[in-house]
Design a protein around this ligand. Structure first.
Ligand code: FRU
Length: 594
């Protein structure tokens, strides 16, 4: 997706100065997908915020256009911040966005396409009466932003929410309009939660309770068949949280089923923020896109000339348990697949590795399922260990368990000194199984330090001792009986990258599956510096940014691994190289036959 554009820049050393942030106003209009996004065309850091604009016929290959909005007017001179689009009856698109005005107030503005007969809607005209909504009394001037996609209620009036904050209570203010020019705020917000601070980029939409199809944002509650998702981004930690609940349009009230705490559900437990969903009428699905920020420094962004990616678009729907969402890369990714490889029923003994060869490991789509045939007496999980991210940090991929860690080593160097480990561990607590999923940017499942040689001239080696193909010099499993030991110099475990000064935080979350009944599945998309992982069929997602120095291009490797003491079976593995999408080419070069 958009990351490919930026990686291209790295590879071709083209100097571009730009920063890419929140996706805005995605929509499908007259046969074309539109995506706008927060963008600084003049530099790789935050500032000069425009609405950049790209269009696509397939959500994979994108044609860049001129920015749709530039900060030019008194009501948006300090930035055209995030917002939404809606297609009104009569097939008329409207854009609502936050402008930061000349006094740094966040106000809400409107714009419409200049020429509806232009298939790409290249030019947008700001409404002469902007701003259409001002900061409410009692709200700080820069705590009022990001209007959502509007929805229409039975009374024929449109509704919309805006993210805000009062005294550290996060608020979704609710508005109503008939004409998009005159807006009335309801006395009580749609929802608010104490202690959460500013809410950014809210999203509010229905999901079917009994179908994986998407629902148009304006469908309220036909025969009790939908629940409503309220998503909000917390400025204080750059995480997107969501609640599932019921929306009562008569009382303009939202009742979430889960109380909001910081362990509330998240779309993604890694780096994934300012997301935005839209209903795709073509395939009747709800699609989610998000900004994935860098894990390197501002100085790095300046040096490379760009910062920020968008995640690969995901479909989302309500899980069968009706308690959480499920996300999955959109099916169009298959257009980029090549070199399919497959494997079945491969046993991974405790402490073993299996290299996945035959695909481009630096740009890949990998699906793997693990079967635990003898799942007896998993390790007990201390009841006080309630924070999965902390468990993943304490028990990184190098820490042996019983069932796990097992999973994938992505963007790994041949000698494993660089690697990003995405893995599972299975525990039990109070007679229940617990499945933990981790994405470990600092893991160190690497060569053993002590070598035992049967040869007369011992020498240290960097060969991988877990590989069954190269066990010649070692009797590593039988160290106790070894008489000829040598302690080699410690290999440097450089983990996801040899570079220092990067954010290598380990991420983790639980996966709500029963490993006795279900296989434990993982799908991971790798694209140079982004690793997006979907555990348990998309119930738990973790995205990370990594910057290997050795494991790049042809020198990147992919392994399945098991560092638990019990064996696991890879019941199925399918992997593909993923071709580059065409996203930074002008329209003329894309023909229908391409
Ligand atoms: C979220 C955000 C939004 C704001 C935009 C400015 O990343 O802070 O709240 O509209 O970015 O670029």
């Amino acid at each position: 997706f958009l990351q490919v554009l930026h990686v291209d820049h790295v590879q071709s050393n083209t100097v571009t100065l730009e920063s890419l942030r929140d996706p805005n106003g995605p929509m499908y209009y007259n046969g074309v997908y539109h995506l706008f996004y927060q963008h600084n065309p003049f530099g790789p850091l935050f500032g000069n915020i425009h609405w950049a604009h790209s269009v696509s016929h397939d959500l994979i290959n994108w044609i860049p256009l001129e920015p749709a909005l530039a900060p030019t007017e008194p009501y948006d001179i300090n930035g055209a911040f995030s917002g939404s689009t809606i297609i009104l009856p009569g097939n008329k698109p409207v854009m609502l966005y936050t402008g930061v005005d000349n006094k740094f107030h966040q106000v809400q503005n409107m714009a419409v396409p200049k020429d509806l007969s232009d298939p790409y809607l290249r030019e947008w005209v700001k409404y002469s009466g902007n701003p259409i909504i001002n900061v409410p009394a009692g709200i700080t001037r820069d705590d009022f932003r990001d209007p959502t996609t509007t929805w229409i209620a039975d009374d024929g009036k449109w509704r919309m929410i805006i993210g805000s904050n009062r005294d550290n209570t996060g608020i979704a203010f609710l508005y109503q309009t008939e004409d998009f020019v005159n807006w009335t705020r309801y006395d009580s917000p749609l929802h608010k939660v104490e202690g959460t601070g500013v809410w950014e980029c809210p999203d509010f939409y229905p999901v079917w309770v009994d179908s994986t199809d998407g629902v148009d944002t304006s469908v309220i509650n036909p025969s009790e068949r939908v629940k409503h998702v309220l998503k909000l981004g917390l400025l204080k930690n750059d995480n997107d949280y969501y609640m599932i609940g019921s929306y009562n349009p008569e009382r303009e009230h939202y009742v979430p089923e889960n109380d909001f705490t910081l362990s509330t559900l998240r779309y993604d437990y890694g780096k994934y923020y300012a997301s935005k969903s839209f209903f795709d009428p073509v395939k009747k699905r709800r699609i989610l896109m998000a900004w994935v920020n860098e894990s390197d420094s501002e100085a790095d962004a300046i040096a490379k000339g760009w910062s920020g990616l968008h995640s690969f678009p995901r479909s989302l729907w309500l899980d069968q348990n009706k308690k959480q969402l499920v996300q999955w890369p959109i099916v169009e990714i298959e257009m980029l697949h090549e070199n399919e490889i497959g494997l079945q029923d491969k046993k991974l003994e405790g402490g073993s590795l299996h290299e996945v060869v035959g695909i481009t490991a630096s740009q890949a789509d990998v699906k793997i399922s693990f079967k635990l045939t003898d799942l007896e007496e998993p390790e007990e999980l201390d009841e006080s260990w309630t924070d999965p991210q902390l468990i993943c940090s304490k028990m990184d991929a190098s820490k042996k368990g019983k069932f796990g860690p097992f999973g994938l080593l992505a963007l790994a160097s041949k000698d494993l000194t660089e690697q990003t480990a995405i893995f599972f561990r299975v525990f039990q607590t109070k007679g229940r199984y617990i499945v933990l999923m981790c994405s470990d940017q600092s893991s160190s499942f690497g060569p053993v330090l002590i070598c035992c040689f049967t040869q007369t001239t011992p020498k240290c080696t960097k060969e991988n001792p877990y590989s069954h193909t190269k066990p010649v010099l070692f009797i590593w499993k039988n160290m106790a009986s070894c008489t000829n030991r040598l302690t080699c110099p410690k290999p440097t475990f450089r983990r996801s990258s040899a570079r220092n000064g990067l954010d290598k935080t380990t991420y983790g979350a639980f996966v709500d599956i029963d490993p006795k009944q279900d296989e434990i599945s993982l799908r991971t998309l790798v694209d140079h510096s982004i690793v997006e992982s979907f555990g348990g069929g998309g119930k738990t997602c973790i995205t990370s940014r990594v910057y290997p120095t050795v494991a790049i291009g042809e020198d990147a490797h992919l392994f399945a691994f098991n560092n638990g003491t019990e064996s696991v079976v890879v019941s199925e593995l399918n992997a593909w190289s993923v071709k580059k999408a065409r996203i930074n080419i002008v329209e003329e070069t894309i023909s229908c036959t391409d």
